[in-house]
Ligand binder design. Structure first.
Ligand SMILES: Cc1cc2nc3c(=O)[nH]c(=O)nc-3n(C[C@H](O)[C@H](O)[C@H](O)COP(=O)(O)O)c2cc1C
Length: 173
C-alpha cells in the first residue's frame, strides 16, 4: 500500500541515504533497479526534481531513454547489504534483480515504475531534461579518477532531470 508523503519532510533522510546508496528504478523491457550514490533533490522550472547520473554501460540507460520515467527508492532504516550488492554490482543485462535481491514491488501510480517495500520512501519521476556530460568541461583530476579511457571510451554519465510527480511511502498495510 501507499501513504502520500511531503518530500520536504524527507529531504534530509534522502540526502543522508544517497551517500550510502539508494535505488534508481526503471521499467522498460523489465523492471530493474540500480544503486546510485550521486544525485540531487532540487528544483527546476518551478517544479520539484531529482537529478540522476547514469553511465553509458548501465542496463538502466536504455531503459530510461526508452520510457522517460523512473522511480527513486530510499531506505528508512539503513542499507540492506543484499540489495546493495545485487543492485549495485550486478547488471540487469545479466540477472533479474527482483528475484536475486528479493524485492517486493508496489505498482506505480503516476508512472509505470513500481516502488519497493524494502526501500519504502518513493519518488515517482518523469524525465524533463537529459544531457550527456561534456568530457572537456570536467576538471582534470576528476576526469583521471572517474573517467579513465578504455577501449569502450570514457563510460561517461548522462544526467537525467526527473520531475517529481508523486511521492509516497510503501507500507505493508
Ligand atoms: C554506492 C554505489 C553508488 C553508485 N552510484 C552510481 C551512480 O550514481 N551512477 C551510476 O551510473 N552507477 C552507480 N553505481 C554503479 C551501479 O549501481 C552498478 O554498476 C549497477 O550494477 C548497474 O546496474 P544496471 O546495469 O542494471 O543498470 C553505484 C554503485 C554503488 C555500489
Amino acid at each position: 500500500m501507499k501513504k502520500k508523503i511531503d518530500i520536504n519532510e524527507y529531504a534530509g533522510k534522502i540526502n543522508e541515504m544517497l551517500g550510502k546508496g539508494i535505488l534508481l528504478n526503471t521499467n522498460g523491457d523489465k523492471f530493474n533497479s540500480m544503486v546510485i550514490g550521486w544525485g540531487h533533490l532540487g528544483r527546476l522550472w518551478n517544479q520539484p526534481t531529482f537529478l540522476v547520473y547514469v553511465r553509458q554501460s548501465r542496463y538502466t540507460k536504455p531503459q530510461l531513454d526508452k520510457t522517460g520515467e523512473f522511480s527513486i527508492s530510499v531506505p528508512l532504516e539503513g542499507i540492506d547489504p543484499k540489495i546493495s550488492r545485487v543492485c549495485g554490482s550486478l547488471s540487469g543485462y545479466d540477472v533479474d534483480k527482483v528475484k536475486e535481491a528479493g524485492l517486493t514491488l508496489e505498482d506505480g501510480e503516476m508512472v509505470n515504475v513500481p516502488g519497493i517495500l524494502e526501500y519504502p520512501i518513493t519518488l515517482e519521476c518523469k524525465v524533463i531534461y537529459a544531457q550527456d556530460q561534456n568530457m572537456d568541461a570536467i576538471p582534470a583530476e576528476e576526469k583521471a579518477r572517474f573517467y579513465p579511457e578504455t577501449e569502450n571510451g570514457f563510460d561517461h554519465h548522462t544526467m537525467y532531470v526527473g520531475r517529481i510527480v508523486n511521492a509516497y511511502m510503501v507500507t505493508k498495510e
